[in-house]
Design a protein around this ligand. Structure first.
Ligand code: ZN
Length: 150
């Protein structure tokens, strides 16, 4: 990645670095019901997401990808936060993360440790990095909701 990482404490809180170094749910699922991917060309971030959705609930998910620490740690935290949730619960969490990062809203309780990403809101270029995993998640959930996927 050619883009230099700015050195801002707000941007690189400990929990973000921890998830970047030790990503949770990294890998692929043997027979995912949904697969979605996306990229952020500005930064070179890529996220590929496998989902198992059964009866409207996310029973398992796993991601692979590459890119900056913000994009990869957001994906890792996302997988932890939405595992076991219903589609609508996961969408509410995604909305709350967007509200915090795009609208500068206070972190809602349901986003949990994703509050660590709050500092990213001050850096509009990096907001795209943080939201990439959530955009990919929404695409996977949309597939799960569409009749064609049933
Ligand atoms: Zn990035």
């Amino acid at each position: 990645m050619a883009i230099a990482e700015p050195q801002f404490d707000d941007l690189y809180r400990e929990v973000i670095i921890d998830h970047f170094r030790k990503p949770r749910n990294r890998g692929t699922l043997p027979a995912p019901t949904q697969h979605a991917e996306g990229m952020n060309p500005v930064c070179g971030d890529e996220i590929m997401l496998d989902l198992d959705v059964a009866s409207g609930t996310i029973t398992a998910l796993a991601f692979t990808g590459q890119g900056c620490s913000i994009s990869q740690s957001s994906a890792s935290m996302m997988t932890e936060r939405v595992a076991g949730r219903t589609i609508s619960e996961a969408e509410q969490i995604a909305d709350a993360v967007s509200a915090m990062l795009v609208d500068g809203a206070d972190p809602a309780a349901e986003i949990g440790h994703l509050e660590a990403l709050q500092g990213v809101a001050k850096f509009p270029v990096r907001v795209k990095c943080a939201l990439l995993a959530w955009k990919v998640l929404r695409e996977g959930l949309d597939q799960a909701k569409s009749p064609a996927a049933v």
